[in-house]
Design a protein around this ligand. Structure first.
Ligand code: ADP
Length: 463
């Protein structure tokens, strides 16, 4: 059974509140009761001591009790709800307070005990107990004092009120805490569940294909805010991927269409007898077919690149000399177009990498720079080692990359509008391959560019 977050949170908070109230009530009731019982017992003890002292004082005067003495003891016994009896050494009763008032009290005591039992569970207050004490005058034992009482007799009405007030206030605070907790739990769970519901709505809208929606939640809960940002990021990424997919399909269709159209019109001309099938014409067919084959190969290579982990055959390579060699091999091509190609190379930088892949990385970047240079263009390749990183830059003064295209140039088949419109002969996968090779070496590649001013590609390789 699925239960809503709001319900779950509210129930959890309420259970926590109820649990803590029950625990606090139990602990406070138990400790207060215990302390209170100890206090009452002490009180009773001092009451008994008073009785003993009073009897001894009165007896000592004449070695017996006068009627006035007896009245005094009787008053005290009734007031304190105690049974008092004094016997001599021969066990003759010298004084007895009688127990009429105690019997009365017993009835009441039972009633009181009933209410006490509710408050003090485990305290046996209804029992009648008698304690015997020696009656000693001048350290000589002359008789026995018997003090009897019902357990409840040492519970004054004040103490009963105290205990019941304590319990009432505990109950009242429990009810207030519960109401308060209920309100707080509703506020908290609403605060948490509402933005999540909004995010879910956004995600569901995205599922229907609308990738333009964004989750707009106003929350101060860090995790929910992050979730909302992640959903928005996901929407953006999916949107970009969707755009790239559409663009890639149309690009591939375009790439396929051009050679196919050429072939088709030429063959139609042969069939109609308008054109003679000359070697020259077959050669141009061959070129078109080559272009198609190259495109298909590229597609296949790219698929391989994405499916498998790249196998690198690594060895120790002096990249300073390697880079010089690649630059030298490009020089004739650049010179032919009156372009300038220079290297600022820190010598003797070595690292372990796949030499062929490294060569392809630099070749791809230099071919691109060459392809997108302007008149009197200049390309500079730099190499240096910094903080355990090998940094290679390829800086050109070419046509640059529009800002809107810059985030996508490493995507498969992505070509900026300028290079799509001008026939540069590119296919939009050079940089995808370059990036895959750099990353396979644990490195990073990035591009900075300004339209009409030039582009800089930076490669970081671990030294
Ligand atoms: P392409 O085969 O089209 O050059 P790449 O993957 O190598 O494919 O490059 C992707 C796109 O990035 C290019 O179409 C071009 O728009 C842009 N680009 C790459 N290098 C440069 C550069 N040095 N100067 C300007 N634009 C560049």
């Amino acid at each position: 059974m699925k239960i809503t977050l709001m319900k779950k949170l509210s129930i959890a908070i309420l259970i926590a509140i109820l649990g803590s109230i029950a625990l606090t009530s139990f602990i406070s009731n138990y400790t207060v009761s215990k302390k209170f019982k100890e206090y009452l017992i002490d009180e009773h003890k001092s009451k008994e001591n008073d009785v003993i002292k009073m009897i001894e004082d009165l007896y000592a005067k004449q070695n017996n009790f006068t009627n006035t003495n007896k009245d005094e003891i009787q008053r005290y016994a009734e007031l304190q709800k105690l049974y008092i009896e004094v016997r001599d050494l021969n066990n003759n009763i010298l004084y007895s307070s009688g127990n009429d008032y105690l019997q009365q009290k017993n009835g009441m005591g039972n009633m009181m005990m009933g209410s006490m039992m509710r408050n003090f569970s485990g305290m046996n207050l209804g029992q009648y107990t008698e304690n015997k004490y020696p009656l000693s005058i001048n350290n000589k034992n002359v008789g026995t004092i018997i003090i009897g009482y019902f357990g409840t007799s040492y519970l004054s009405s004040g103490s009963v009120t105290f205990i019941s007030t304590l319990n009432h206030s505990l109950l009242l605070s429990a009810v207030i805490a519960l109401i308060f907790g209920l309100i707080i739990s509703i506020i908290i769970s609403k605060g948490i569940s509402k933005p999540i519901i909004n995010i879910t709505k956004t995600a569901n809208t995205m599922r229907t294909g609308n990738l333009e929606v964004r989750s707009l939640v106003n929350t101060n809960t860090k995790e929910i805010d992050e979730l909302s940002n992640s959903i928005n990021y996901l929407a953006e990424t999916l949107n970009d991927q969707e755009m790239l997919r559409k663009r890639m399909t149309s690009d591939i269709a375009h790439e396929l269409r051009t050679p196919l159209t050429t072939l088709k019109t030429h063959i139609e001309a042969f069939i109609d007898g308008i054109w003679e099938p000359t070697t020259e014409r077959f050669e141009s067919f061959y070129e078109e077919i080559e272009r198609l084959t190259k495109l298909v190969d590229n597609l296949r290579n790219l698929a391989k690149l994405e499916q498998t982990n790249l196998n690198l055959s690594k060895s120790k390579v002096n990249i300073s000399t390697e880079l010089e060699k690649i630059i030298d091999s490009f020089k004739p091509l650049y010179i032919k177009e009156h372009y300038e190609l220079n290297g600022i190379i820190e010598p003797e930088i070595t690292t372990i990498l796949d030499k062929d892949k490294f060569k392809q990385i630099i070749t791809n970047l230099l071919s691109n720079s060459y392809r997108y240079l302007k008149e009197n263009g200049r390309v500079t390749v730099t190499l240096k080692e910094e903080n355990k990183n090998i940094i290679i830059k390829v800086i050109d003064t070419g046509i640059g990359i529009p800002e809107k295209d810059l985030p996508y140039i490493f995507e498969r088949f992505y070509r900026s509008d300028i290079s799509r419109n001008t026939n540069t002969g590119g296919s939009g996968i050079g940089l995808t391959i370059t990036k895959a090779f750099v990353e396979a070496h644990g490195g990073k590649i990035s591009a900075q560019s300004k339209e009409n001013e030039g582009t800089t590609f930076t490669i970081y390789l671990p030294a």
